[in-house]
Design a protein around this ligand. Sequence first.
Ligand code: SF4
Length: 324
Amino acid sequence: MVYVSAGDLEKYAYCPLSWWLSKKYKVVSKEGIEKHRETEEKLKEIKIKEKKAKFYEKYILFSSIFASIVAISGLAFLHGKMEKFWNYFFIVIALIWLLNSSFFLYRATKAVEILQAKYEKMFLVSSMGATIIAFFVVILSVPANPAFSKFLEILALIWIIIANIIFYRLIYLSEDILSKKIKYIPVKSKIEYIGADKEGKEIISEKYGIRGKPDYILCIDDDFIPVEEKTADLVSPPLSHVIQITAYCMLVEDKYGKSPPYGIIKYKNSQFKIPYEMRWKKMVIEMRKKLLKDLEKGETHRNHFNKRKCLNCARREFCNEKLV
Ligand code: SF4
């Protein structure tokens, strides 16, 4: 299988001869490289900070739970053993909770990928609840010990103070992330993939026989959206750019097993959501076939009479079929 790149499809859609010449003559846009480098750096920074914020969130959550357990234990050592009835009551509650957790674990194993994370979260919260109740039962059955109780309360206090410091750092970090996101990407999106990143491997679609690296992929409302940034300042996207972003949508569809509703093309001062539609998809498939035929023939030619295309063509100086 010959995998055609989305970039080649974009050039072919502009003019087949431009694609053909691009194999021999590399035209590098310094502005384009600079813009991509800048975007890559900013997105990487947001991604790293979001990872850090997630770690802080987890730390605060576990610290608060741990401090609460320690504080409750401290109280238990202060009052001594509890009545038998309450002992049994809490054991039954803990068992029901555990049953609940097992149900969520079962659903998580059966659920589709998108719902799996939600069920896993429910399982985690539910199991934590069961653990706390069981712990409560054990700790309330111990004899009173005021000195140990004081030690536990102090420990809980220290833990809460540390959690508070981390919480303030989290607020600062979240504000920083928000201000950066507003500039570059939708606030509620999550960065899923950065093409220029070392980890951002080329995406290959066995199904469509195409390959490529979108500039980045965002996760918005559980949809994976490819984004392509261009240095040009256009008021509407030309067909070649629509073909390229559709090819990226096809790659995303094959990679994540879910069709994106649209892809985004960003220009200097504007951006467009291109709906992922069958008509564009068919065009990409057709174009790929034509390109492979030309590759087999070992030649191709201009297929238009548009002087403006030739005027703006990056391969114009190497072309002997140019119109102007
Ligand atoms: S100059 Fe015109 S004909 Fe030649 S490759 Fe470019 S667009 Fe095609």
